[in-house]
Design a protein around this ligand. Structure first.
Ligand code: HDE
Length: 691
């Protein structure tokens, strides 16, 4: 995360500025520019008479309102976007001719949209779900869209299964339930009958499906792409985004509670971070595989999107940085109308024969026709490239340009034969030799659906495994049809016997008989236990306060935490002001009843306000934070509150995220900072905590 660096104007910002119109300026007019006399009363035949049809202002205003909605995206409907820029570290011309990857001086403008998949546009931010991570690079050679997810594999191998997958995942057709959830019969029915989903479903049951923040999740291009250099040499590539803040997740109970307390949790987090100058950033990394080495992996076909190439086999080379530094000016105009198309590639980047990717090349262009109402969607300000657009495409709904001239075809002599194709300087498709019979057939090299699901399971730390088991138990526990639960357990038994047994016990399925040996291989890079844990930037700390709190300690604590980039809020039983230990009146930030522990990363109960220990909401707040593995701190009289919440004090337990002292000390802040940076203590035994 870049902190407080100045907002820079990119070429795209300048272009977008031309389409902005301030809401609050001048005289109110109709869409025709006619000044409006007043807008509170329709034109009537007498004050109590009928409304007149000739009231063009009323008709236009209501007509415009009636048509404000466009269809939401069929998947990834709920999203949040931001502007920023990308810079490559070193020229990558050994691999590609793509201008934005070869010029370290170029700051390429980007627009990124993060999303959930299952829920509608108005659904919650924190369901158990895959997150979209789509980046539009406005390069000097035209737009490149990297439309990825926060998980490196996908459910299915062939795009022809996508409608089946999405129908099964979405709310069921007869009653349109459940919203923003995969825990229902149709999804698990499909999964249990389609074993290629096994690897991806492991990711979905892991903490990856519950990002603490969009700023704390990885992104992946998923498919193997192709880079092509000036000599026509092709290198296969997988794209990785790594967040500078580390990859961190919520716990499922917390995520469910957040859905009620603040359904905009991730959206607000992104907005507020950028608004306060704490610009999120990701490093772009590439896994590069020379064309000749594409077949080097025993059990991985690089065209199979249900497989990763473990980083231990092909390292991820860091090549550049993405920084998001500007919030959208208008949600609809930008975040809703942005149209990502997998087919948008620039010279030097090309596709592969991954059958999932091939289907996407059709879908993303096609879907915009319905969603954005016609073929001129690339002219919408957010979609316009910064590169010049010159062609003979014309007309259609919502044409915004006025092409001038006589010759709208090629070749022509009436317009100097322009615009001319660029030849070798244009996009030249990689001349891959292809030959084969037409057939509906999947390659044998796509047949293994379990090895990498086992690899993922083996790579998890103890707490990650526990979370995965609970997730399967929760999801299958919501499935009504017992045969579906049984089939899923049978698949799990092929991934790992212990996993299958643990899940079976939780969902009333008979323990399966061991049918396969675990191969024992792992990939440490897959575990969130190994992510970056060195920053508290934008971490949210709640300090529970009431009359009598120790003023000096509080001020010092606040200064030290905000200095390091944390957001500190004082929460009191009622809003307004409190009187501190030295008699000074101090503003509180929030009333306790309007917030909840799930909206913070840590809670502090300072000395001097013993009455808090008898406030049920305050006690619950701390106990719930403890239950979710968060940093919980108490000093002096604050310790009584922890005891009321049945939180075992440190004397009884070695817990680095439970910081309790009789008095303020120098080590308090350093312990607190270290604990916040570690994110959570998921090894904490919280089964007995009642929250
Ligand atoms: Fe998508 N996907 N998808 N998808 N997808 C869409 O495009 C589709 C797939 C992804 O923020 C839609 O403009 C098919 C993989 C993201 O606007 C639609 C297949 C990955 C977004 C569509 C896939 C993704 C979408 C809906 C299988 C990760 C949101 C609206 C062949 C690599 C982009 C739209 C945004 C959106 C189709 C599979 C990621 C219908 C047919 C794999 C991040 O075109």
């Amino acid at each position: 995360m870049e902190r407080g660096s100045p907002k820079r104007m990119t070429a795209k910002d300048r272009q977008l500025a031309a389409s902005r119109r301030p809401f609050n300026e001048g005289v109110l007019t109709t869409d025709q520019g006619i000044p409006v006399e007043e807008t509170d009363n329709s034109l009537r035949a007498g004050a109590r008479g009928p409304t007149l049809l000739e009231d063009f202002h009323l008709r236009e205003k209501i007509m415009r309102f009636d048509h404000e909605r466009v269809p939401e995206r069929v998947v990834h409907a709920r999203g949040s976007g931001a502007h920023g820029f990308f810079k490559v570290y070193e020229p990558l011309d050994e691999y590609t001719t793509a201008d934005f990857l070869t010029d370290p001086d170029a700051e390429t403008p980007v627009f990124v949209r993060f999303s959930t998949v299952q829920g509608s546009r108005g659904s919650t931010d924190t369901p158990r779900d895959v997150r979209g991570f789509a980046t539009k690079f406005y390069t000097r050679q035209g737009n490149f869209d990297l439309v990825g997810n926060n998980m490196p594999v996908f459910f299915i191998q062939d795009g022809i299964k996508f409608p089946d997958l999405v129908h099964a995942l979405k709310p069921e057709p007869h009653h349109e339930m459940p919203q923003a959830a995969s825990a229902h019969d149709t999804f698990w029915d499909f999964v249990s009958l389609q074993p290629e989903t096994m690897h991806h479903v492991m990711w979905l049951m892991s903490d990856r499906a519950l990002p603490r923040s969009f700023r704390m999740m990885q992104g992946f291009g998923v498919h193997t792409f192709r880079l092509v250099n000036a000599h026509g040499r092709s290198t296969f590539v997988k794209f990785h985004w790594t967040p500078s803040l580390g990859t961190h997740s919520l716990v499922f109970d917390e995520a469910q509670l957040i859905s009620g307390r603040d359904p905009d949790f991730n959206r607000r987090d992104l907005w507020e971070a950028i608004d306060s100058g704490q610009f999120p950033s990701w490093e772009l990394g590439l896994q590069l595989i020379p064309q000749e080495q594409a077949y080097q992996f025993d059990d991985i076909d690089i065209l199979d999107p249900t497989k990763i190439i473990p980083e231990e086999l092909v390292p991820v080379t860091p090549v550049g940085r993405l920084t998001l530094n500007r919030n959208p000016s208008n949600f609809f105009a930008e975040t809703e109308q942005v149209a990502f198309c997998v087919g948008n590639v620039v010279p030097g980047i090309d596709f592969t024969n991954d059958p999932l990717m091939q289907a996407r090349l059709f879908s993303y262009l096609d879907t915009q026709l319905t969603r954005l109402g016609g073929p001129n969607f690339p002219q919408l300000p957010i979609n316009r490239p910064i590169a010049a657009v010159r062609n003979h495409q014309q007309d259609g709904f919502h044409q915004h340009e006025t092409p001038v001239g006589q010759a709208n075809y090629f070749p022509n002599s009436l317009g100097d034969d322009l615009p001319k194709p660029a030849g070798a300087a244009g996009f030249v498709h990689f001349p891959e030799a292809v030959d084969g019979p037409k057939e509906r057939k999947r390659s044998e090299t796509f047949a293994d659906h379990y090895t990498q699901a086992t690899l993922f399971w083996n790579s998890m730390s103890g707490w990650e495994r526990e979370h995965i088991i609970s997730a399967y138990r929760f999801e299958l526990g919501k499935v009504r049809a017992m045969p579906i639960r049984v089939r899923v357990v049978e698949h799990l038994n092929r991934i790992d016997h212990d996993l299958a047994v643990a899940v079976a016990h939780g969902v009333g399925v008979e323990e399966p008989v061991k049918s396969a040996d675990n191969h024992g291989r792992s990939s440490p890079a897959l575990s969130q236990a190994n992510t970056a844990r060195d920053s508290i930037i934008s971490r949210r700390v709640a300090v529970l306060v009431a009359d009598g709190v120790d003023a000096h300690a509080l001020a010092a604590l606040r200064d030290k935490l905000t200095e390091r980039g944390a957001v500190v809020e004082l929460l009191a039983p009622v809003d307004g002001r409190i009187t501190t230990s030295d008699g000074v009146s101090m503003d509180v930030d929030r009333a306790l009843p309007t917030m909840a522990s799930v909206l913070y990363d840590a809670v502090i109960v300072p000395d001097g306000a013993p009455d808090l220990a008898t406030d049920g909401q305050a006690v619950h707040f701390a106990a719930e934070a403890f239950k979710h593995g968060k940093t919980v701190c108490a000093v002096g009289s604050g310790l009584a509150l922890l005891q009321r919440g049945q939180i075992p004090l440190p004397t009884a337990l070695a817990d680095p995220a439970l910081i309790a002292h009789d008095a303020w000390s120098d080590t308090f802040v350093s312990e607190l900072v270290a604990s916040l940076a570690r994110h959570r203590n998921f090894d904490r035994d919280v089964a007995a905590i009642p929250a």
